[in-house]
Design a protein around this ligand. Sequence first.
Ligand code: NAP
Length: 578
Amino acid sequence: MSAVVVSAETEFALGAARSEALARLTDGLDARGLAWLAGYFAARAEIGAPAPISAPTVAPTLLIVSGSQTGNARRVAVALAADAERQGYAVRHVHAGDLKLKDLAKERLAYFVISTQGDGDPPEEARGFIDGLLGARAPRLPELRFAVLALGDSSYPRFCAIGRAVDARLAELGAERVLDLGEADVDIERVAAPWRDAALLLAKTWLTPAPVSNVTTLKPRVAAVTRDAPRAIELIENQRITTRSALKDVRHLVFDLDGSGIHYQPGDSLGVWPINPVAHVDALLAASRADGTAVVEHGGAAHSLRDWLTREREITRLAKPVVAALAERSAHVAEWLAAPNLPERLRGTQLAELLAQFDVRVDGAWLVAHLLPLAPRLYSISSSALAVGSEVHLTVAVDPRGAASRFLADSVAGSPVRAYVETNPRFHLPGDDTDLIMIGPGTGVAPFRAFVQERAERGARGRNWLFFGEQHFASQFLYQAEWLDALKRGHLARLDVAFSRDQAERVYVQHRLSERAQDIYAWLEGGASIYVCGDATRMAPDVDRALRAAIESARGRGDADDYVAALVEDGRYRRDVY
Ligand code: NAP
C-alpha cells in the first residue's frame, strides 16, 4: 500500500480550506446550532462516522429513482423525497430514464419506486434503464443498498412484475436489500405510506441527517398547482369534431387558464378531476340499495352518501380489491373473480352491474370501507400556449361509461373544471432543427397538434411528418382543415393517413409507415426523431414492429433492434402510450 505524503504547504492549504469550510458550515448558526454541531462532532470523534462499510466515492445522499407512466410512482417518490428532506437527508430524485447504470454503481443507498403497466410492461420512461439492468452488461453493485416499492394492478397475473424484476436483479448484482419489496395495488397508499415510513427509518442506519434548519426562507407565496391542489378553470368551448353519424364522439375542449397559475408545454398532459355523472351514481345507489341520504364523515366534513359517491369515490372503474371484498359476501362474485380474463372483465363491468347481476346488497358503511378514492384522468394537451395564449385545448374521445370524458362532454361553456398540469418531459419537443416523425392515430394525435402549432410559432426549421389514422375519412378526420392548412404553409412537410374502415381490408398507420420505409429510414439517418402517441396495447407494439421491419428493409440487413435501441438511448424514439 503506498503512503500518502503531505507536504507542509499542502497541510497549510488543507488547514485553510478546513477553516473556510467550517466558516461556511457555521455561518448564520445561533448558539443552539453551534452547541448542536459541537456535540455532533464530539460524538463523531468518539464513535467514528456512522458511515457505510467503505468510504463512499460520492457524498452519501439518498438516491430516489422513480419509473412512472401516469405520474403515480413519481408522486410517491416525490413524497418520499420531501419527507426525507424534512428529516435532514441529502436527497436526489431522478427519473429512471435519466439514470445511467454506471452511476448507480457509485451510489450507497437507493430507493426505487417503479410501476408496472398492464400485464408486465415497464413504464415508458424506464424502458432503457430496465433493459440495461436486466441485460448481461449490467455492472456489479456491491456498494449499493436498496429497497424497491413496486406499483401495479393485481387484476393482472403479472402483478408488479417490473418492480419484482428490479428487486431481484439488484440483489443478483450484489446490492444489499435493506427492506422487503413493497407491492402496492391500485389503492396505492395502503402499502406505499407504511413502506415510505419504514424506508426512512432505515435510512438513518446509513445516512446522517443534517440538523434540520429552523431558518425560514422567504419565498414568494405562489402556491403550485398540483394533483392534490388543482385549480378550477373555466370550460369555454365544447365542440364535437366527429360528425353526428360517426360511431365515436370526439370533443375539442377549450379552457381558459387566465390567472390560474397553470402553465404547460407541448407534450404535457392536463389532469382533470371528474365529477361522477348522476346516472352512474343513481345506478350504484339503486343496485346496492344503500341510502343516498346517509351521512358520511370525510375530510372533517359531513356529506350525504350520494354527494360523497359523486365527488370522492371511484365508481366507474372496477378494481380487484373492491371485487375481492365483495367476494367475501357472495360465492358467485368469488367465482366471477376467479375467471382467467379478469382485466378485460373488470374493464367491461361497473360495480353497479356486478351488484345487480349477483343480487348482492351492500350498505353505505361497506361502500365507505371499500370504494377507492376518485383519481384524476390525464389527457394529452392538444395546443401550444405560443399559439393559443392563455387557453389550453384537449381532444377527448367520449366513453359513455367513463367518468371524466363523460363529465367533460356533458359540461357546458362556463363550467368550472378542477385541473392541473402533469408535466411529461420525456415527451417534450426535440430541438427546432430536428426533423420530426409523429405517429398518432385517433385521439393520439392530440400532442402532435400542439407540436405543429408550437413549431410553426417558433419558426422551427426541422420538418414535421404526421401519420394519422381513424376509422372513416368523412366523419372522423380530426382537425382535417388544420392539417391541410399546415401542409399548405409548410408547417407540415408530409401527411400520411390511414382510414381503417373505408375499404374492405383494415388499413392502419403502420401500413403507411411500411409503404414509406425508405423515406422513414432516410429521415432517421438525417437525425429525425420519431414520436408515437395513442393506444398502448395494440397500436404501439404494431407500430414498433413495423418500424423495425422498415429499418431492416431499408438497410438491407437485420440489425434493426440495435438501431432502435440507439434511437431510444439518444431520446429520438419516444412514446406516450397507454
Ligand atoms: P383508436 O381506438 O386508437 O382508433 C384510431 C384508429 O386506430 C382507428 O382507425 C383504429 O381502427 C386504428 N387501430 C386499431 N387497432 C390498431 C392497431 N393495432 N394499430 C394501429 N391502428 C389501429 O382511437 P381513440 O378511440 O381515439 O383511442 C385512442 C387510444 O389511445 C385509446 O386507447 C386511448 O386510451 C389512447 N390515448 C392515449 C393518449 C395519450 O396521451 N397517451 C391520448 C389519447 C388516447 P379500427 O377501430 O377500425 O380497428
